[in-house]
Design a protein around this ligand. Structure first.
Ligand code: FAD
Length: 531
């Protein structure tokens, strides 16, 4: 790609589309979730010419609706999935090195209760195996705690059933930011990712194999053709729709999370605890909120029927009340999200029993489909998918390089100093750094250039429009900064500030702005309406 032009700038979309339609790519990827984004960076950094199409916003599918953990999956030990635990467990430290601003170590507290899923013996055994398989060393190894030690750490735990506990190491992340950071990095290697382009129909060469895809532009209704020697289908829970075959490859499992204020549920750290059935769930503090999840139930409806149900909310609330000495009910929920796990079908197994491992299928016409897997394993999944693509291209094997491709240039101390030198508070710096990593430096530049006083939200909004292909207000407050989930009480104020700026500068037409505001409002009301 011509590196002098910043195609991540939304105002250059029509030039960018022309650029894409004039090329014949080595690899085209359908789907801009974590799987597609990982493949895009892996393929581009191996020197292949790559295009990625996403029918909505990047990361708007499952890759913004997870529990946001980069984890080895303690619960997969139950299913004896040792290879999966080893692979995902080992990936955690690698991803932390590549993106320390967004993959951060997190101590997880695990209470052991009478008649719980794990007893003292099984906890100790499981965590020992877990640490061994996931290569956990030194002070990060798990520790078993007495009842008084765990109560000391987490006084809100109910005392009567508690036997003791454990603390073990996980990593937390921000799923949609990780996806977007990968997309942005792939552009440094010449890739051409684009959002709001839907793959509709494959095109075929004389010999019958796939050589491109007809697409529709979701922002203008235009149709475009993109040519590519190889196509990889990384469309997550849409896999069967893209394959259009009669036999389905996937089973979808629904998972919800609810968000409450930290004032309501003031835990000191993340916890993994027994739900009211035989499952375990997480409670994870983030900013002034705590999110709780998840559920795991088979989903057999159309995706337009994907809502949070009252019964699911009640299940999570009852599980919290069962373990902690607090009161909580539906009116305490300030936000929520719901996602679908794309699981590869395995006979008649229940969704809770199906392995989270990924699989690759190749169709007769040469379409490569990668399905299943987890956020945590995205890098390895990408490696495998690109190895297949290279075989299909019949070119010399080039090794994956992503183990050493950092997703940042400037570290936290460097960025903090820049904010400090500009007289900006550490609180404001931290908020921006935690979301955008070293992207906060560009936000600071815009803030200074535009002489914006008081609030960074305008600079942040301009930054994502110019540097992250962010087309709508809703995409800004969801995939870009997760405001609707973790800063819901600030959104009205933020929108007001943005509206004043946009009116003054005539930068978005009134009609478009009103439409964007409406779809944001509708989305927000869905987050607290349970059916
Ligand atoms: P998606 O993110 O859904 O991306 C697929 C994309 O393809 C979508 O954006 C879609 O719009 C696009 N698309 C579809 N059809 C087309 C088309 N025709 N043209 C163009 N684009 C198209 N994993 C972890 O490692 N840690 C966790 O803590 C964790 N928690 C989870 C909790 C829940 C509740 C759920 C549901 C999953 C969780 N996972 C977790 C799993 C993880 O989130 C998923 O495995 C991962 O996000 C799937 O990514 P994906 O890119 O395959 O799918």
């Amino acid at each position: 790609m011509d590196r002098k032009i910043n195609f991540l700038d939304t105002s250059l979309r029509s030039n960018y589309k022309k650029h894409i339609t004039n090329k014949n790519f080595d690899v085209l990827i359908i789907g801009g979730g974590i799987t597609g984004a990982g493949i895009c960076l892996d393929a581009a950094s191996r020197g292949l010419s790559v295009c990625l199409i996403e029918m909505n916003d990047f990361a708007s599918g499952t890759s913004s609706k997870s529990t946001k953990l980069i984890h080895g999956g303690l619960r997969y030990l139950e299913q004896f999935k040792f290879r999966l635990v080893h692979e995902t467990g080992s990936e955690r430290a690698i991803l932390h090195n590549l993106a320390p601003h967004i993959v951060k170590p997190e101590k997880m507290l695990l209470p052991i209760v009478k008649n719980g899923k794990l007893n003292k013996f099984s906890t100790r055994a499981a965590l020992l195996v877990y640490d061994y398989l996931a290569n956990v060393k030194g002070k990060d190894r798990n520790k078993i705690l007495t009842k008084s030690q765990i109560l000391n750490k987490e006084p809100l735990l109910k005392n009567n059933n508690l036997l003791g506990g454990a603390v073990y190491s996980e990593y937390r992340t921000d799923d949609s930011r990780l996806t977007i950071d990968l997309i942005k990095k792939s552009i440094d290697y010449g890739a051409c990712p684009i959002n709001y382009i839907k793959g509709e129909e494959f095109t075929y060469c004389g010999k019958g194999s796939i050589n491109g895809i007809k697409c529709s532009d979701q922002l203008s209704d235009n149709l475009i053709n993109i040519n590519s020697k190889v196509i990889i289908n990384a469309s997550g829970s849409w896999t069967d729709e893209v394959l259009k075959g009669r036999s389905k490859k996937l089973v979808l499992s629904k998972g919800i999370h609810i968000v409450v204020s930290r004032k309501k549920f003031n835990i000191n750290q993340s916890l993994y605890f027994d739900a009211i059935d035989s499952r375990m769930i997480f409670a994870i503090p983030r900013g002034d909120t705590v999110y709780i999840g998840t559920t795991d139930t088979k989903f057999e409806h159309g995706k337009d029927k994907l809502h949070v149900l009252e019964s699911e909310v009640e299940y999570l609330i009852e599980s919290v009340k069962n373990t902690f000495s607090i009161s909580m009910d539906k009116k305490d929920i300030i936000s929520s999200w719901v996602g679908l796990r794309p699981l590869v079908k395995d006979g008649n197994k229940k969704v809770t029993e199906i392995s989270r491992k990924d699989e690759i299928f190749i169709s007769e016409k040469g379409l490569i489909t990668i399905a299943g897997g987890k956020l945590t394993g995205y890098r390895k999944m990408a490696q495998r998918a690109v190895d297949f693509a290279i075989r299909s291209l019949k070119i010399r094997k080039i090794k994956s390089k992503t183990k050493s491709i950092n997703l940042f240039t400037y570290d936290e101390d460097f960025c903090r100093k820049k904010f400090y030198d500009n007289g900006i508070s550490d609180k404001k710096f931290k908020r921006l750094y935690n979301i955008y990593g070293d992207g906060c430096l560009k936000i600071l530049e815009i803030y200074n250039q535009e002489k914006i006083s008081d609030n960074f939200i305008i600079a942040e909004y301009l930054y994502v429009r110019r540097n992250e292909m962010c087309h709508t207000l809703l995409d800004f407050f969801t995939q870009r900064n997760s405001g609707v989930y973790f800063e819901i009480d600030q959104i009205k104020r933020y929108v007001k500030i943005l509206e004043n700026y946009i009116r003054k500068n005539n930068s978005v037409s009134k009609d478009k702005w009103e439409k964007e505001k409406l779809s944001l409002q509708q989305y927000i009301s869905k987050l607290t309406t349970f059916i």
